[in-house]
Design a protein around this ligand. Structure first.
Ligand SMILES: O=C(CO)COP(=O)(O)O
Length: 120
């Protein structure tokens, strides 16, 4: 069982929910963590249980980063919106930096998330 983080920026939340619905069965075999709004949306869309952290802009991205550096997260699915500025861009960069640093598989879009989930 892998510990999987689920995060999406606002314009990508629908995409992540659709992706989670498609992969509902497989995701249900793992331990799911999510930033506040994303995790709530995924639970409502799929019926899966997602442990909720703070909302991203309120520290949820940093909580996921802490989980990564403490060895408590195995996979990060993070659907980033490349067309919108984020007020908490420093937190987004910190999270993706830690996933890179600690060699945690990081999927920023659906194709990569498909490949990563197939591998866990
Ligand atoms: O802002 C986010 C990622 O940077 C996601 O946070 P929410 O899921 O709370 O919207």
């Amino acid at each position: 069982m892998a510990r999987i983080g689920l995060v999406a920026h606002d314009d990508k939340k629908d995409d992540l929910c659709r992706w989670a619905e498609v992969h509902r069965h497989k995701l249900g075999q793992h331990e799911l963590w999510g930033t506040g709004t994303t995790g709530s949306r995924v639970m409502a869309a799929t019926g899966l249980t997602v442990s909720l952290l703070k909302s991203g802009p309120l520290g949820g991205d940093q909580q996921l980063g802490a989980m990564i550096c403490e060895g408590r997260l195995d996979v990060l699915i993070f659907f980033i919106d490349p067309l919108s500025a984020q007020p908490h861009d420093v937190d987004v960069k910190a999270l993706t930096r830690l996933a890179t640093l600690y060699d945690v598989p990081l999927a920023n879009n659906k194709s990569t998330a498909d490949a990563v989930l197939a591998a866990v």
